[in-house]
Write a protein that binds this ligand. Structure first.
Ligand SMILES: [Zn+2]
Length: 83
């Protein structure tokens, strides 16, 4: 395997490596749209990948949001309801 030239960032290097890999045509697991990418690719876009992530981490994300909301509420109006 070749080593990364110093002028390239790791991201640029990874992109170049992905571009050199075999490209296949597949269908998105969420919306069914056709896309071209490397073999591991499962979704057509970041949007579809995120929707799957949100579905998979549903309870965890909801708990975080509730916690954030409670903290915001306490910071904005700490006296409300206390009187
Ligand atoms: Zn899609």
């Amino acid at each position: 395997m070749a080593t990364r030239p110093k002028k390239m960032t790791a991201s640029e290097w990874a992109r170049a490596a992905a571009a050199a890999r075999e490209q296949v045509t597949g269908h998105c697991a969420v919306c069914g749209a056709e896309f071209t990418g490397t073999k591991k690719r499962a979704y057509c876009s970041q949007r579809c990948a995120m929707s799957v992530y949100r579905q998979r981490h549903r309870t965890e994300l909801a708990a975080k949001r509730r916690e954030y909301y409670a903290r915001q509420k306490a910071a904005v109006a700490p006296a409300v309801g206390a009187a």
